[in-house]
Design a protein around this ligand. Structure first.
Ligand SMILES: [Zn+2]
Ligand SMILES: [Zn+2]
Length: 378
């Protein structure tokens, strides 16, 4: 069976890589996925997704969901592979073309074995992971209705193609964005005493923020606060009235996230106040951290071993992944499989080892099939 499915999946991968589409604009990708599913007689759920597809195999409960993301990035591909992107400035530099093909492979494999399924497998071909809006959209339209467990996979270029990694508990970071405005009083640069200088105050805030991770949170809890934009003034001899800053906060747990938010607010408001200025912190929640369920991580690791993968340790990352939203509603696990790229994710030369595709498809198909049996036990 794998022999007939492999060329179809390979073709899909090459096609997606050549024709990447940005978040929420995956219209052609969606059409291709629908065609692939229809050709295999896999039923599509019409839940009103703007882009992306949701499909199902089998019947009744329990229900296991498998999720792949389908969007690309605004990066100009610099690899010299024969199937490089044909769209200037857009590239599958995170391997979502790979995830999509692997999930389609799993769907075809499971379809060929549909009579044996002890429930339903739902496939979420999710748009817009890169801007963290796709999972929320899918949850909103009911993609998780009736789902008992969910699994997701991201490729990991640092692992070889026979390696699998995951961990119980936090897997990715809470990815929050901040904006800070410091409002002082403008003045002549030669007479700072007649104004309130927001640049000096802003600089103090930037420095003080760095004490959050080093002085107020345990060294065992990873925290990153980065100010990535600092704007103020427009000439050399005038003290401006306002400084605007932007940045990001990365944490792993809900508790630490809250503590950092409170401490950040204290620092911003009180430093400004102590120097006669006003300051405001605006906090924008991004995707929460993935919190993997231990039981399902064990399950994924055991099947990986049976399939011949080497299971390796995984340190939580401070990057974000919107799969986290699903785990707030349904238990499950997010895992990494090796793609063995010499370049990192989001690098213009990122290139996966395609030999990982069919083993990964087999693995996901088994996760779903055995996941249904596991769920039926309880
Ligand atoms: Zn990415
Ligand atoms: Zn990604």
């Amino acid at each position: 069976m794998t022999d007939t499915i492999a060329p179809i999946v390979e073709q899909l991968f090459l096609d997606l890589h050549k024709n990447p589409e940005l978040s929420n604009q995956e219209f052609e990708t969606t059409k291709k996925l629908r065609t692939c599913l229809e050709q295999a007689n896999i039923r599509i759920l019409e839940l009103g997704a703007k882009t992306g597809v949701i499909a199902e195999i089998g019947s009744g409960s329990p229900v296991v969901a498998l999720r792949a993301d389908i969007d690309a990035l605004p990066i100009d591909e610099q690899s010299d592979c024969q199937y490089r992107s044909t769209k200037q400035g857009i590239m599958h530099a995170c391997g979502h073309d790979l995830h999509t093909s692997v999930l389609m492979g799993a769907a075809y494999l499971l379809k060929a074995n549909e009579q044996q399924l002890k429930g339903t497998v739902r496939f979420l071909f999710q748009p817009a992971e890169e801007n963290f809006s796709g999972a929320l959209h899918f949850i909103e339209i009911g993609a998780l209705n009736g789902v008992d467990a969910i699994f997701g996979m991201h490729n990991n270029p640092n692992l070889t193609i026979n390696q699998m990694a995951s961990r119980a508990g936090p897997f990715s970071a809470n990815v929050d964005r901040i904006e800070i405005t410091v409002k002082g009083i403008g003045a002549h640069a030669a007479r700072p005493e007649s104004g309130i200088d927001p640049i000096v105050i802003g600089a103090q805030i930037v420095n003080a923020i760095q004490t959050i991770s080093s002085r107020t949170i345990s060294g065992l809890d990873p925290v990153v606060v980065s100010i990535t934009k600092f704007l103020g003034g427009n000439t050399w001899n005038v003290i401006p009235e306002i400084v605007e800053m932007e940045g990001t906060v990365r944490t792993l747990t809900p508790d630490i996230r809250l503590k950092v938010k409170q401490q950040l607010t204290n620092i911003v408001e009180n430093i400004a106040f102590s120097m006669g200025a006003e300051a405001e912190l605006r906090w924008f929640d991004g995707p929460p951290s993935i919190i993997n369920v231990a039981k399902w991580v064990d399950f994924c690791q055991n099947i990986a071993k049976q399939e011949g993968y080497e299971v390796v340790d995984f340190q939580p990352q401070l990057g974000g992944e919107d799969f986290a939203h699903y785990l707030h509603h349904v238990p499950g696990a997010f895992i990494n499989l090796g793609s063995q790229s010499p370049y990192a994710l989001h690098h213009p030369k990122f290139l996966v080892n395609r030999n990982m595709i069919m083993p990964a498809a087999n693995y996901l198909a088994n996760l779903a099939q055995l996941g249904l049996i596991e769920l039926a036990k309880h």
